[in-house]
Design a protein around this ligand. Structure first.
Ligand code: AMP
Length: 282
């Protein structure tokens, strides 16, 4: 299948679907598609008649010292996967299409990006909101599907949709994992053999602490500190490993009943940054 390269072309394509009375679910991606992305296409198909995907490595969400240049780009292979999954249209724009000339506007995030990835990667969510806002205005889908893997992204986009009145429903897809528990990620390609063997350790730590919290453990900080030490001893560098409220994406020490929490971690194995999380509903 062919990707649509211009805004006019993808709009035409989406309009022709809508003109036939078809509902549209949109799945934005940065490509290098894996089973996690494909699971979102399948979830999208459960909610809408047609799935539209985008494949775009958004420069605005990478800091100068991050992996924008190295990020895997495999458009031909990705398009084959989209075709196999029955995706109706793929928007794969260039930087010139997405950012023609100087940009004078941006979207600022308050509070929700102080911790987790927002805390560690200044400007990251502003870059994401900029591109997703553009993409939403181009596609105007009925639904948009995002992964729990990037849960802070989901939470902030939920707010963007509500506050900016995007007329669509957001859907969150669960995290697809390898057999050993590692959350699938396009960045897993960077791991060498030894690092790949260690990588599921992050999920195991989250699972262990999550179980303790669900079983009523009170001293969450102690549990987290212990897991951090264990991970560090195995060769992980910890960016964060903590319990956060879903509502505010802020650290929580005493989880209360009837609330939703995120137990989330970001770690480095060598240069590769891995993130993972589990949702805890007390
Ligand atoms: P990315 O291409 O990394 O920007 O991801 C595109 C979408 O796929 C985002 O909504 C991610 O949260 C989602 N995603 C990434 N990894 C996974 C995974 N392992 N399982 C489910 N969804 C994922």
């Amino acid at each position: 299948m062919e990707a649509q390269r211009t805004i006019a072309d993808i709009r035409d394509k989406v309009q022709s679907l809508k003109a036939k009375g078809r509902t549209v679910a949109f799945v934005p991606t940065m490509g290098a598609l894996h089973e996690g992305h494909l699971s979102l296409f399948r979830l999208a198909q459960e909610h809408a008649d047609e799935v539209v995907a985008s494949i775009y490595v958004n420069p605005e969400q990478f800091a100068p010292d991050e992996d924008f240049e190295e990020y895997p780009r495999e458009l031909e292979y990705d398009l084959e996967k989209c075709e196999q999954e029955g995706v109706a249209a793929v928007f794969a724009p260039t930087d010139e299409i997405m950012y023609p000339g100087e940009q004078f506007l941006s979207i600022e995030v308050n509070e929700l990006n102080e911790y987790m990835d927002g805390g560690s990667r200044p400007g990251f969510f502003e870059g994401i909101l900029l591109v997703v806002n553009k993409l939403f205005n181009i596609i105007e889908p009925h639904f948009a599907v995002f992964g729990q893997k990037d849960i802070q992204q989901f939470r902030i986009l939920q707010q963007m949709v509500a506050e900016f009145n995007h007329d669509m429903k957001l859907i969150m897809g669960p995290i697809k994992r390898a057999n050993d528990g590692l959350a699938l990620s396009s960045r897993n390609k960077y791991l060498d053999h030894e690092q790949r063997k260690l990588a599921p350790g992050l999920f195991r730590s989250l699972q262990y602490v999550g179980k303790q919290i669900s079983d009523g453990a009170k001293n969450v900080q102690l549990l987290l500190d212990h897991q951090k030490n264990e991970l560090e001893a195995k060769g992980f560098k910890i960016d964060y490993l903590n319990l956060f409220s879903f509502e505010k994406m802020k650290p929580v020490t005493n989880p209360e009943v009837d609330n939703k929490y995120i137990l989330a971690g970001a770690v480095y194995l060598g240069e590769t940054r891995l993130i993972d999380n589990i949702i805890i509903e007390k």
